[in-house]
Design a protein around this ligand. Structure first.
Ligand SMILES: *Cc1c(COP(=O)(O)O)cnc(C)c1O
Length: 355
């Protein structure tokens, strides 16, 4: 048998891989663990050019997304999900074993995972108890940092970072490092976007995705929005033909006006379901706290998250236990589903026994 350890890079041997919702093989009927849109979007496509590498489809997509966010297409790069964007930025800007990225746990795990893969060091500054950024420590520890990753609204807490803090960070970091704001869930609270700050701050990079509100997780399409000089550096290292022709065409078709209206409708419906869900959960005796949510998921603190998680799973409802994360003891993250799924969940919650 091959001793693959002999050939594997040291940091990859030590690497703890990302536990994606798909990697954790829970059994269930109702999937509330990956923050996907619960609505199925039925569409058929005809492709008659699959023998060719993608060509003008890439620019057509950028132009459509450009119209949607009202930023020039020259400031946009499409990537294989925003996960690839997270990786490309570290790859392009951080010297292995020398530079640092800065993150604010509890937050999205992939910033750290990609830093670990690329042998780039990580400074983690715990969020304050109100889930805001600790600005004092940020300023203290900024020296060797090349990239700051801010997830807004944040996953898994579903909370927003104060806009005044974001502006203060941008002012403070000017000429010191780059600031990445991951807006994976921004469509659920669009007025909170930092897009407008791009005009003022050249070192601001925004990440977007079609995986969440747009309901297109399967096609793997994300975007980097940044100053053209930043985009040009990333273009040097991105794979040739990064997105497939089907992805480009499907993505583009969801950015036309009629589909943007459906997007708005879906968001309204999910926000309505979320309100009902929170109202009903608040009545349960074994719930300690529901955090304010600006996303399509909620973070709930129980008196014993593990018992709740297991009980839900017995009823085929899959959620995401966050108990092992800093500041999130006994917390479970629950994606907001369809109205029917929310009702099912509420009914199960009413009957399960937590002692
Ligand atoms: C889901 C998610 C992503 C990844 O999205 P893809 O575009 O599917 O790669 C990035 N950031 C956050 C915070 C997410 O929750």
């Amino acid at each position: 048998m091959i001793d693959i350890n002999k050939f594997t890079r040291k940091n990859i041997k030590k690497l703890i891989p990302y536990q994606s919702a798909r990697r954790i093989k829970d059994n269930g009927d109702i999937w509330l663990n990956a923050n996907e849109l619960p609505f199925v979007q039925k569409k058929t496509f005809l492709f008659n050019n699959l023998n060719r590498y993608p060509d003008k489809e890439y620019k057509v997509l950028l132009q459509s997304y450009s119209q949607y966010i009202k930023i020039s297409y020259k400031n946009i790069l499409a990537t294989r999900g925003s996960d690839e964007a997270i990786e490309l930025l570290i790859k392009a800007f951080c010297e292995p074993k020398k530079d640092y990225i800065m993150i604010f746990p509890p937050t999205y795990d992939m910033y750290k995972v990609y830093a670990n893969i690329l042998n780039v060091k990580v400074i983690s500054i715990l969020q304050l108890k109100n889930f805001q950024i600790d600005l004092i420590n940020l300023k203290k520890l900024i020296q060797k940092v090349k990239l700051i990753y801010i997830c807004n609204p944040n996953n898994p807490t579903s909370t927003l970072i104060n806009r005044t803090d974001i502006i203060e960070i941008l002012k403070f970091t000017k000429n010191k490092c780059l600031v990445v704001i991951d807006e994976a869930y921004i469509e659920f609270c669009l007025q909170q976007t930092a897009i407008d700050l791009m005009y003022k701050f050249d070192h601001l990079i925004i990440l977007r995705t079609l995986s969440k509100a747009f309901g297109l997780a399967s096609i793997r399409c994300g975007f980097i929005i940044a100053h053209i000089n930043i985009i040009n550096v990333i273009k040097k290292i991105i794979a040739p033909y990064p997105l497939s022709t089907p992805t480009l065409q499907i993505a583009q078709s969801f950015l036309v006006k009629s589909n943007l209206i459906i997007l708005q409708k879906n968001i309204l419906e999910l926000n309505k379901n979320k309100k009902i869900l929170i109202q009903e959960l608040k009545k349960l005796p074994y719930i300690e706290k529901i955090f304010p949510s600006s996303t399509n998921f909620i973070l709930v603190c129980f008196n014993s998250s593990n018992k709740v998680f297991v009980q839900l799973l017995k009823h085929k409802i899959v959620t995401r236990d966050q108990n092992f994360k800093v500041l999130l003891k006994n917390c479970i993250r629950i994606s907001v589903g369809t109205y029917k799924e929310c009702m099912n969940l509420i009914n199960i919650f009413k009957v399960i026994q937590i002692k």
